[in-house]
Design a binder for this molecule. Structure first.
Ligand code: HEM
Ligand SMILES: *[C@@H]1O[C@H](CO)[C@@H](O)[C@H](O)[C@H]1NC(C)=O
Length: 493
């Protein structure tokens, strides 16, 4: 009896020591954590915003939280974020490696793709290659702009059919954004009811719910349960299926490919592989496979949700919509279509698009970073391997950085002379060495979609829709709540 009690106490002590939750010396402050679960019980996981707001008020711009057994550092505000992501860029641009998302997405241990790759030559080489290829080197004759305009024609056709009957634009914008990136990756667009399209949408939505929800937390916190048949296994199955599909697409491309004449991203990558041979670089077919998922994933939800948020605001601020249309009509007078160059002559439209991105706040906590070495930040010491959470929300709405921090108002991006200007605190794509790799593409898409659609249609909030709810559904990428929109053809163009 006594012996078993002693044994129990010993085991308990061992357990608590193993999972002890003490902060390292001079670490950013935060609430006390309990073993194993950390601060999980301090947060309402389905919508933690209010709890986190309370914590950041109490502990300041740089504070820490135990997400399971290890503390993560949350960084708030322009000053601290610039210091962290730009000035200390190299030290804070790693990625955590042992979370559920890494395990679920990873093709092979040596092929981490680019989004989740740690700060390493693999990441650097693939980031450079990705940027260059997206910038249109070697992507054949069709320019990015023409690809986007082509997709806009499909959207226009579908919207024309919905004139008079209010429709939910969620699927429409989602598929449109997916098709732009699919044309880059595979030189192929998919019908909106295509199986691959439907599978990808499901992959992204279902897995991100699993990874970011309670089950992801449990997976990350308690390694013992990882092999049990719990709901998170669904995410692993879906990614395995996606891996098969990508292998298939790559095999088809290889069959019909002519070296040196790339039709799409896959061909560009294979040309690069040929060029490099076995030079010991990080390029490999496994990496290509990982990259395809990264770009497809990163390029779809973000852009689609920004467009959705955009039309939600434009319908409910009809005077803003009309002023955009006046500017668009004037600048595009006599032209068949918009081009990205026109933006310089459209300061108001530019201001509106930036304001949409600010309010939409699509990636509220960026993608988590990780320290690559022991680091000093704002007077605190942060050991190597600590998860860093850049709170982009805190800057996009920061008091003192904006004329109207809390309201939708394009004046936030216009100076006294009505010219467009971009405050430093505008960072929906994040900043520093990890800044969004698709920023240029995303900005071109947002401009061409919004300008082309506003030129052709008037967007109206249905009379029976009640008050708009601008609060997004919380997640790694935030989505506006479902809504319906009414479209009318405009007289011009
Ligand atoms: C409005 C649209 C978009 C927004 C708001 C957005 C935002 C972001 C953010 C906040 C990050 C994390 C940066 C960091 O770690 O600090 C990111 C990374 C990334 N984005 Fe985007 N993104 C958008 C569109 C796109 C598109 C269209 C692509 C496709 C090509 C793309 C590809 C990527 C990639 C590959 C990364 C990882 C970069 C790295 O780890 O080095 N994004 N994006
Ligand atoms: C990020 O900043 C916003 C706005 O200041 C705040 O409401 C939210 O709780 C912060 N999130 C975290 C994780 O600290």
């Amino acid at each position: 009896m006594f012996a078993s009690l002693a044994l129990f106490l010993l085991a308990l002590t061992f357990f608590l020591l193993l999972f002890q939750t003490r902060r390292p010396k001079n670490f950013p402050p935060g609430p006390r954590a309990i073993p194993i679960l950390g601060n999980l019980l301090d947060l309402n996981l389905e919508s933690p915003i209010a709890d986190l707001e309370r914590l950041s008020k109490r502990y300041g711009n740089v504070y820490s939280l135990f997400i399971g057994p290890k503390p993560a550092v949350i960084i708030n505000g322009l000053q601290a974020l610039k210091e962290a992501l730009v000035n200390k860029g190299a030290a804070l641009s790693g990625r955590p490696q042992e979370q559920m998302v890494n395990h679920a997405v990873r093709v092979k241990a040596h092929a981490p793709g680019v989004i989740l790759a740690d700060y390493s030559p693999t990441w650097k080489e693939h980031r450079r290659f990705g940027l260059m290829t997206l910038r249109n080197f070697g992507l054949g004759k069709t320019s990015m702009e023409q690809r986007i305009l082509g997709e806009i024609q499909h959207v226009t056709k579908l919207l024309e059919q919905s004139v008079g009957k209010p429709t939910d634009p969620h699927v429409l914008f989602h598929n449109a954004a997916a098709n732009v990136i699919c044309q880059v990756l595979f030189a192929k667009r998919f019908d909106y009811d295509d199986e691959f399209m439907k599978f990808s949408v499901r992959l992204f939505q279902d897995t991100s719910k699993l990874i970011n929800g309670r089950w992801g937390m449990i997976y990350d916190t308690i390694p013992m349960v990882r092999n049990l048949p719990l709901p998170f296994q669904k995410a692993f199955q879906l990614f395995a299926l996606s891996y098969e599909k990508r292998l298939q697409i790559m095999a088809e491309s290889k069959k019909s490919r002519i070296p040196g004449k790339p039709r799409h991203f896959i061909d560009c990558y294979l040309d690069e592989l040929d060029k490099r041979g076995n030079d010991g670089s990080s390029f490999s077919e496994d990496q290509l496979c990982a990259l395809l998922l990264d770009l497809h994933f990163a390029g779809t939800d973000t852009t689609a949700n920004t467009l959705l948020a955009g039309f939600l605001y434009l319908m409910n601020y009809p005077e803003v919509q009309e002023r955009c249309q006046q500017e668009i009509d004037k600048i595009l007078d006599g032209k068949d279509h918009a081009s990205f160059e026109d933006r310089d002559q459209m300061p108001y439209v530019q201001a509106v698009i930036h304001e949409i991105q600010r309010m939409a706040n699509i990636v509220p906590l960026s993608v988590y970073h990780c320290t690559t070495q022991d680091t000093e930040l704002m007077g605190y010491s942060i050991p190597r391997g600590t998860t860093i959470i850049p709170n982009l929300t805190s800057v996009l709405f920061e008091e003192g950085q904006w004329k109207y921090p809390r309201e939708f108002n394009p004046e936030n991006f216009l100076n006294d002379k009505g010219e467009f200007f971009k405050p430093e605190a505008f960072m929906p794509f994040s900043i520093g060495p990890r800044v969004c790799l698709g920023e240029a593409l995303a900005r071109m898409e947002l401009f061409l979609f919004l300008v082309s659609l506003l030129r052709k249609f008037k967007f109206i909030w249905p009379e029976d829709a009640g008050e708009p709810d601008y609060t997004p559904v919380y997640g790694t990428t935030q989505t506006p709540k479902p809504y319906r929109m009414k479209v009318q053809l405009r007289g011009t163009a």
